[in-house]
Structures are given as structure tokens and as C-alpha cells.
Design a protein around this ligand. Structure first.
Ligand code: FMN
Length: 398
């Protein structure tokens, strides 16, 4: 076992050394010129705290509830495709790590395993839905997710078409990403340059990676892309053009919590609430879809204000420090999700790596709260960050 991770930035550096270029770029890259991807992180950096000094906070409390589920901290694992490519521990390893740290995870529709395969991972788990086959396919996947015990449905709405991932194209990977025999041969030199990864993958059997979570055990999921491709196929992401009427339709069929992922404006936040969603995730897909979309932390206050407490608001994109989580909570997010941070960590140390990065972020969150003079995540409000139009309203409170 290699040395414990000390920061997300370190996890990223080490993942780059462990993974073949094509896999690293698949995680690390964004759409077009990667402007939105960069902005997600930069916007957090530009947002400054307004600390209260000389406050004895004691050990700050991080525990909270997300859609009724108690979590030990306001940090969840975002749904990510092809997780087995990073490490054989894959989605199950990430899920176990989340559980061991008292939080929850979201299985992607294209994680590379069927939703039943990882249903026995202990703890709370949500399922993220893509369904390029429309309502019939969505209905069947939702039914299976309910039977398998997933506690919430996360419907991703920012993928009516696939983002233009130029790094993948440069690496000779077709879109959507496929790993078949021909690609493997073409990528041979990259793979050989990372023998440890190659060995792990060979032992694990690359053959199981390509199965969409919504496909059945035999991989023959009817209209599903990726189904019937044979053992070596893999699909990273599917175009999945859901509309608001689809969301309302899902609401009728899914009695448990329903979240809409990919909202970036106040108007769409309101539409999600009107369609019956219990929460929105303010997200631009980590800058992997529409380049030029705004940084998520920048639009968070608009969405929070528009939904006016009717539904919960979560956020993802660019969270790299515990302090970023604290900023998002101050601006009204109930919790945040991370994608790349845990994928890098998984690549480096498998499940243990994910646990390490969750520990790092927890420690950073706790320290930020102490330095901010805030005793609990529940006490955060916009007055703890600069430049928010709502900060003034809180200034005289304490
Ligand atoms: C490699 C990778 C695969 C992803 N696959 C999915 C997916 O299958 N479904 C989905 O809704 N979002 C997917 N996302 C987006 C994440 O859920 C999340 O929105 C994003 O990673 C957050 O940004 P961050 O990586 O800066 O934390 C993926 C992101 C990455 C990096």
C-alpha cells in the first residue's frame, strides 16, 4: 500500500503517474477548451471568506441531513462512468468508502457494472439515470433500481447530446468512449507504460467493464447502447434527452426522493420544483458538457433564491478543498458532491484511496469552520463569504 493521500491535488498528480494517458485524460478532461471546467475551480478560489475571529467553536459539527438521510458530513460521491477503469475496486469500492466514512454515493448508469451487482454494498446509495431509449427504458431501469434498494433517483438533464471531449479524440478514442480490442491495440504503448495498472486490469478481467448499470446481467439490455457489444465493449456516457414532462412522469412512478442534476439557472430550479423534484444538483457536469456554462458556485445563489426553500439544493463541480464545501454551504447548498477528487484517489489506492481523500476533505472542512469562527455547518450563511448580494442582510445579525 502506498503512502496516504494528503490533498486532492496530490491525488491528481499521483493518478497521472498511475494511469495510462487515455484513462487519466478521460477523468481529467472537459469539453471544448475546458473553460467551464477551469472556471469551476477558479470561482471557488476567487470567493473569499468573511471570518469571525475570537470565537470558540469547539470541534465543529459537520453532520447534516440530505433529503432525510443523515450523513456524517455534507460531502457525497457524484455519479461517474467507467469507474472500473480507474481501479478494480470500482464503484463498489467507492461505495464502501462512502459508507465507511458515514456518507453516501451515487451509482452512474454507465459505471461499468449492473445496478444489481453493487446493490449489496452496505449503506445509503442513490442511482443516477440516463436512458437513451426513452420512457420504456427509463421505466424498466427505475423499477429495477427500486427493487435493488436504491434510495433516491438522480436524473441527469444536461446530456441531450454528448460534450466534445477533445482529449479523448486526441487519444484516438471514439465518442462515446469504447474500449474494444482495436482501441486496446492502438493504445498499446500507453498501456505498457503503466504496467501496474495493466496487470490489475488483466487480473480483474476488462471484459466486465462495459456493461451499463441499467443493462441486464447478460448485457442484453435491448435498446441500450453498449448492450450486445460483446465482452469488450464500453460506453462512457449516453446522450439522454430528458424533458420536464419526463421528470413529471418519473415523479409519478418513483415514490422515493428524486433529484434533477444539471440545473444552472433559477428558472430551471423552479421548473424542477414544479415538476415534483425533491432537490436539484447545480452542476455543469464538471465542465464536460456545455463549455461556456457558468461556474456552479457562481450560479448557486440564484438557484437557491429561486427555489425559495421548496426543495433542497446541492452542488458539484470544482470542489477541491474542504473550504470549497464550506463556501457552497454558506451560499445555500445542502451538500456538495465530488467527482474527479475521488476518481483520482481510487486510481491511486482503490477503496482506501477514496477513504483517504474523504478524510482529507473532512479535516479541511473542520479546520476551515474553526478558522471561520463557525461551530457547525448548520450555522453557515452568506455572511461568511464576501461579495454575495445576500451577505449584507446578515451582517448585523451577530
Ligand atoms: C470521469 C467522469 C465520469 C462522469 N460520468 C458521469 C455520469 O455517468 N453521469 C453523470 O450524471 N455525471 C457524470 N459525471 C459528472 C459528475 O457526476 C459530476 O457532475 C462532476 O464530476 C463534478 O465535477 P468535479 O469532477 O469537478 O467534482 C462524470 C464526471 C467524470 C469526471
Amino acid at each position: 500500500m502506498s503512502q496516504a493521500l494528503r490533498s486532492v491535488a496530490e491525488a491528481r498528480r499521483r493518478a497521472r503517474r498511475v494511469l495510462p494517458r487515455v484513462v487519466y485524460d478521460y477523468i481529467d478532461g472537459g469539453a471544448d477548451d475546458e473553460v467551464t471546467m477551469g472556471e469551476n475551480e477558479q470561482a471557488f478560489r476567487r470567493l473569499a471568506f468573511r471570518p469571525r475571529v475570537a470565537v470558540d467553536t469547539g470541534e465543529p459539527s459537520l453532520a447534516t441531513r440530505v433529503l432525510g438521510t443523515e450523513v456524517s458530513m455534507p460531502l457525497l460521491l457524484a455519479p461517474c462512468g467507467l469507474v472500473r477503469l480507474m481501479h478494480p475496486d470500482g464503484a463498489a469500492g467507492a461505495g464502501r468508502a462512502a459508507h465507511s466514512r458515514g456518507t453516501l454515493w451515487v451509482l452512474s448508469s454507465v459505471a461499468g457494472v449492473t445496478l444489481e451487482t453493487v446493490a449489496d454494498v452496505p449503506g445509503h446509495k442513490w442511482f443516477q439515470l440516463y436512458a437513451s431509449g426513452g420512457r420504456p427504458e427509463a421505466a424498466s431501469i427505475m423499477e429495477r433500481a427500486a427493487v435493488a434498494g436504491y434510495e433516491a433517483l438522480v436524473v441527469t438533464v444536461d446530456t441531450p447530446a454528448l460534450g466534445n471531449r477533445e482529449r479523448d479524440a486526441r487519444n484516438g478514442v471514439t465518442s462515446p468512449l469504447r474500449l474494444d480490442a482495436r482501441t486496446a491495440i492502438a493504445l498499446g504503448p500507453q498501456v505498457l507504460a503503466r504496467p501496474r495498472w495493466a496487470l490489475r486490469m488483466m487480473r480483474d478481467g476488462v471484459s466486465t467493464m462495459g456493461r451499463p448499470a441499467g443493462s441486464d446481467e447478460a448485457g442484453g439490455g435491448g435498446t441500450q447502447p453498449g448492450s450486445g457489444m460483446g465482452a469488450a465493449g464500453a460506453v462512457a456516457m449516453l446522450a439522454s434527452p430528458f424533458t420536464w414532462s419526463d421528470i413529471a412522469w418519473m415523479r409519478q412512478r418513483w415514490p422515493k426522493p428524486l433529484l434533477v442534476k444539471g440545473v444552472l439557472t433559477g428558472e430551471d430550479g423552479r421548473r424542477a420544483a414544479d415538476a415534483g423534484a425533491d432537490a436539484v444538483i447545480v452542476s455543469n457536469h464538471g465542465g464536460r458538457q456545455l463549455d461556456g456554462a457558468p461556474a456552479t458556485i457562481r450560479v448557486l445563489p440564484e438557484v437557491v433564491e429561486a427555489v425559495g426553500g421548496r426543495i433542497e439544493v446541492l452542488l458539484d463541480g470544482g470542489v477541491r478543498r474542504g473550504g470549497d464545501v464550506v463556501k457552497a454551504l454558506a451560499l445555500g447548498a445542502r451538500a456538495v458532491l465530488v467527482g474527479r477528487p475521488y476518481l483520482y484517489a481510487l486510481a491511486v489506492n482503490g477503496q482506501t484511496g477514496v477513504e483517504q481523500v474523504l478524510d482529507v476533505l473532512r479535516t479541511e472542512m473542520s479546520r476551515s469552520l474553526r478558522l471561520l469562527g463557525c461551530a457547525s455547518v448548520a450555522e453557515l450563511d452568506p455572511s461568511y463569504v464576501e461579495g454575495s448580494s445576500r451577505a449584507g442582510a446578515f451582517e448585523n445579525r451577530s
